[in-house]
Design a protein around this ligand. Structure first.
Ligand SMILES: [Fe+2]
Length: 241
């Protein structure tokens, strides 16, 4: 099985609406490894007005989970990250170093409310860039204004943003319209990462293999390699994609 790297998941236990405990995290890691994933960036939510995990605790919890995983024979490497819900408050947190970038790189995973207008998303990502970071827009298929105007995605890519879609969206778990939109973007070379956004072991489990096979069959081996392995590896190495 070809190796993949997951840059967006909620496997860190007890810190957000993802895995509630270490047992569940271990089950999720097993599913990921069975799906060909050997490197995972843990991205707990960082939201305004929430009790967010600090970078110091993020590193400690990641290290603890890493040790338990290895003790249980799960061959996986874990990295720290966050999924930053954009607001003025979280932007200030990012600038003060209170948010983990992806694996310590310049890349930051950023999400918005699904009904945010494109203009707000664009301006926010511009601010993230202005602060010296490289934004990765989490699950682009979730923002209704962007879905209605796919050309906006090219604008974002042209301004230097990177685009992530969820594997489940490509595989049709959120309906035909969402699947169609994500595939149109892949076809137009406007997607940089496919990730799981896993929250549990069932409905939102960390499966990537099936989606990778599908993307390879439909768009070719090079595209699949890029979206599931090469681009994520560039993030881990903090290289420009
Ligand atoms: Fe997420």
């Amino acid at each position: 099985m070809l190796e993949s790297i997951d840059i967006h998941c909620h496997i860190m236990p007890g810190v957000d609406d993802g895995s509630p405990d270490t047992d569940t995290s271990l089950k999720m890691l097993k599913i990921a490894v069975e799906s060909g994933v050997r490197n995972i960036i843990l991205t707990p939510h960082h939201k305004p007005m929430h009790h967010n995990v600090s970078p110091k605790h993020n590193a400690a919890y990641r290290q603890k989970l890493q040790e338990v995983a290895w003790d249980n024979g799960i061959n996986v490497n874990l990295y720290s990250g966050n999924e930053m819900y954009f607001s003025d408050d979280t932007m200030a947190d990012l600038e003060c170093g209170n948010i983990c970038t992806l694996a310590g790189s310049d890349y930051v995973l950023v999400e918005f409310h699904p009904t945010n207008p494109y203009k707000a998303i664009h301006n926010a990502l511009y601010q993230v860039q202005g602060a010296g970071f490289t934004p990765v827009l989490a699950h682009v298929e979730r923002y209704s204004d962007v879905v209605s105007h796919p050309a906006y995605v090219r604008d974002l890519v042209d301004m230097g943003c990177y685009i992530q879609v969820n594997a489940n969206s490509i595989m049709g778990k959120y309906g035909f319209g969402t699947a169609h939109f994500t595939k149109k973007l892949i076809k137009e070379d406007l997607v940089h990462f496919v990730a799981t956004d896993a929250h549990d072991t069932v409905r939102r489990a960390p499966h990537l293999a099936e989606c990778r096979k599908y993307v390879e069959r439909k768009y070719g081996l090079d595209t699949a390699d890029r979206l599931f392995y090469d681009n994520p590896l560039s993030v881990i190495h903090n290289e420009i994609i």
